[in-house]
Design a protein around this ligand. Structure first.
Ligand code: NAI
Length: 285
């Protein structure tokens, strides 16, 4: 069970193409499963561009690039894509029903020993695991954006995740050159439970007119040694994503300290979502 060679990544968007990239670069055979050809092409293109960037910075050689690309196989067929997998990492959009459907299909078609992992940032691992017949071999493998750069993998244990599964996935993350940190399933895990209230509080400071966005970010950068201010980070993550995660915390704990700031709700309603729409707390070209 611990001998993982073939990894299937489902979803090749922002996170999935990065996850496929790091596994292939670390010597694993990767099968990238996408829903549509155009998204698959886009994912493979992104991986090649990111490898080229590493090549130009002399972090890898041309042979490394070639070998990495050769280890990435792709398909639009989930059943075919998971048939030989020892590990499946799901990175499709953050919608429970969508993930449930994919995990049920994967569970039926992947070998018995295969570990199923989700890159979800806020959906309960225990609840996703319960959609399958292998909750002991189900785990959260929460990577951070951009995946090839960010060192952390938050490894989330569902209620029934076995110790063997946790140890296998922790070891695997280390083989990718990452630093795994294990936590039990809980709303927002550790990362978003700590981060999102800070972002929300920064938004409350804007809402209440305490300070300008630039100044709030400056305080956190220069005073607290954060590389990015909370409002800049919120724009980068996406204000809609921040709102969704705050709602998960608010619903999960039923604690008013997680109440999303009305200004955040208003900005999402207005379609000002941050970098991806060109405007959030700051403007982007
Ligand atoms: P994305 O929207 O960039 O990519 C999702 C991809 O999944 C798309 O390319 C889509 O075509 C594909 N897809 C949809 N249904 C599919 C199916 N049935 N089979 C195969 N592919 C399918 O989303 P993103 O940002 O990569 O997020 C993916 C997951 O990672 C979400 O659960 C999100 O919460 C989580 N996450 C996102 C982070 C981020 O910074 N974007 C950070 C950490 C976790």
């Amino acid at each position: 069970m611990n001998d993982i060679k073939n990894v299937s990544v489902i979803g090749g968007g922002t996170m999935g193409n990065g996850i496929a990239h790091v596994f292939a670069m670390s010597g694993f055979e990767v099968t990238l499963v996408e829903a549509k050809q155009q998204f698959l092409d886009k994912a493979l293109d992104a991986i090649e561009k990111n490898l080229d960037r590493m090549l130009s910075k002399q972090k890898i050689s041309n042979d490394d690039k070639k070998a990495t690309l050769q280890r990435i196989h792709s398909t639009l067929n989930t059943v075919e894509g998971v048939m030989k997998a020892d590990l499946v990492v799901e990175a499709i959009p953050e919608q429970f029903d969508l993930k449930k459907k994919v995990f049920q299909e994967v569970d039926e078609n992947a070998p018995k020993h295969t570990i199923l992992a989700s890159n979800t940032s806020s959906i309960s691992i225990t609840k996703l695991a319960a959609q399958t017949k292998r909750p002991d071999r189900f785990i959260g493998m929460h990577f951070f954006n951009p995946v090839p750069v960010m060192k952390l993998v938050e490894v989330i244990n569902g209620l029934e995740t076995s110790e063997e599964t946790t140890q296998t996935v922790m070891g695997l993350a280390e083989k990718l050159g990452k630093v795994p940190v294990s936590a039990d399933d809980s709303p927002g895990f550790v990362s978003n439970r700590v981060l999102m209230p800070m972002i929300n509080e920064a938004i409350f400071c804007v809402y209440e007119g305490v300070a300008e966005p630039e100044d709030i970010d400056q305080v956190m950068k220069l005073g607290m040694a954060h590389p990015m201010g909370p409002l800049r980070l919120a724009d980068f993550i996406g204000l809609d994503v921040c709102l969704d995660i705050l709602n998960v915390l608010y619903d999960g704990f039923k604690d008013p300290k997680y109440r999303p700031c009305p200004l955040l709700v208003k900005m999402v309603d207005a379609g000002k979502l941050g970098d991806k729409t060109g405007e959030g707390f700051f403007k982007y070209d």
